[in-house]
Design a protein around this ligand. Structure first.
Ligand code: SF4
Length: 349
């Protein structure tokens, strides 16, 4: 069965862009409609205990100012977002597991749910945590969790995270499974254009998303970043190839996974201005403008050239397609399930 799926996904990769985009839009309109959901992101902290080889805020970067935005600032920003029509807020930070941080997040969840009368969806993007911590935050009201697998190829994963080895990949999969079991809407995703990655890896990624039962996808092009170990492979970086694959991955995921939410991410605009908007012509349906205050956003440069904000032109261009005052729950989460897809989780090998 998996072989058949792989052949099918691989055939999609060989289709011309125009054909792929048109198929993806057709699936989007028939499965969930063409409205674009909004999530406001706040990058609450750049403190991280991990050292991912591609990341601009990895632990060993000593040349950036580390921060944690005060809780009151995050709360007042979240309130403003809610009042201006964003019914979904993403709290994003590096990987940090200490008690102070766990409680800080817990209080934020509680307060955001309180002031919004339960209407604001809370999306956490806070890395790998113990199951008990995921449960605590879920019980306090968190709705969604984003945890990108980055690549579903265990060897490539281990190459990108040398300090963790292959066990790091297994732990990541276990976290995704725990999140599903706890009833979160689960988002994952990969980087596209990594050293050593090829179309077969990307095909595996699409199959992985399907088998894990992802409700949301956030895929970004890999952008080489100075001061990181992975930057040494810059000579092999083929920007045109990355653009090609990034758009195709959005369309293929829409065609294969149908009713999941798919973001058109900020990094696309770093690769080529206007590409983020183009993502919506390939089946993306989620826009995530960044509301991190200026004072801190400059220290959250996870990749070189990350723009402070490029969402306004997308909001203008998408106009009536934008679903204001709408939490934008993924249809794949709302619809009744005949079986628990999470139980079929498989790690590619
Ligand atoms: S990718 Fe995430 S976990 Fe890895 S170093 Fe960067 S912020 Fe930390």
């Amino acid at each position: 069965m998996i072989m058949v799926e792989k052949e099918y996904v691989k055939r999609l990769f060989s289709l011309p862009h125009q054909v792929l985009a048109s198929k993806a839009i057709d699936v989007l309109e028939k499965s969930i409609g063409s409205r674009v959901c909004l999530r406001g992101i706040i990058e609450i902290s750049n403190i991280c205990i991990k050292n991912c080889s591609y990341c601009g805020i990895r632990r060993d970067r000593k040349d950036i100012q580390r921060y944690l935005i005060p809780k009151e600032v995050v709360l007042s920003l979240s309130k403003r977002l809610f009042q201006s029509g964003y019914h979904s807020v993403v709290l994003q930070a590096g990987d940090r597991r200490d008690d102070y941080f766990i409680e800080y997040i817990n209080e934020l969840i509680f307060e955001i749910k309180r002031f919004s009368g339960g209407q604001m969806r809370i999306v956490l993007s806070l890395g790998e945590q113990d199951r008990d911590v995921y449960k605590l935050w879920r019980d306090s009201g968190a709705d969604r969790y984003l945890l990108r697998i980055e690549t579903s190829n265990p060897s490539l994963y281990s190459f990108l995270h040398p300090e963790e080895g292959l066990s790091g990949f297994e732990k990541r999969c276990a976290c995704l499974l725990a999140l599903r079991e706890l009833g979160y809407q689960v988002g994952t995703g990969v980087m596209i254009g990594l050293p050593g990655q090829d179309v077969d890896c990307l095909v595996e990624d699409v199959i992985f998303f399907k088998h894990i039962g992802a409700h949301m996808l956030g895929m970004g092009p890999y952008i080489p970043t100075e001061g990181t170990p992975l930057h040494q492979y810059i000579d092999d970086y083929d920007k045109e190839q990355v653009i090609d694959w990034s758009l195709k991955m959005i369309a293929i995921c829409r065609i294969v996974l149908k009713d999941v939410n798919i973001a058109s991410t900020t990094a696309l605009d770093t690769l080529k201005p206007g590409l983020r908007l183009e993502g919506f012509n390939y089946g993306a349906n989620v826009l995530m403008p960044d509301f991190t205050p200026k004072e801190w956003i400059k220290d959250y440069e996870i990749y070189d050239g990350k723009p402070e904000s490029t969402a306004d032109y997308c909001l203008d261009a998408l106009g009536p397609r934008i679903a204001w005052n709408n939490p934008g729950d993924p249809k794949s989460y709302i619809k009744p399930k005949l079986c628990n897809r999470g139980s079929t989780l498989k790690c590619a090998s």
